[in-house]
Design a protein around this ligand. Structure first.
Ligand code: ZN
Length: 110
């Protein structure tokens, strides 16, 4: 009867074809069958991620930003893979290949 909790659930997205609600992990709409694309776009932005990486990257801040908490902690422990992982993340961000927790690419700068 009350579906307001489902509507407010951040894990739910809307189908691009019919607008039906579905889980973010769904690859195809359960209602109309439209695929949501293999490379859906992240709602997170490159610029804040790059700034976080540059200024507080040693705290894994850019990985916390995209929701990758596990690897963020690993990033801190390994000191950014002794700088190598830090460099890889920076390149991935700049070329638009960095992905968030849901596996969506960050393609927009702002
Ligand atoms: Zn649909």
């Amino acid at each position: 009867m009350d579906n307001s909790t489902a509507a407010a659930n951040p894990q739910m997205i809307f189908c691009r074809a019919c607008g039906a609600q579905m889980h973010t992990s769904a690859t195809a709409c359960p209602k109309c069958g439209a695929t949501q694309g293999p490379s859906s776009l992240s709602n997170r932005r490159i610029l804040p991620a790059v700034l976080l990486l540059i200024f507080v990257g040693w705290l894994g801040a850019h990985r916390f930003y995209v929701g990758k908490v596990g690897t963020a902690i690993l990033f801190i422990i390994t000191l950014g893979g002794l700088g190598l992982w830090y460099l890889i993340d920076l390149i991935m961000l700049v070329v638009g290949s960095f992905t968030d927790k849901e596996g969506n690419q960050l393609t927009l700068w702002t």
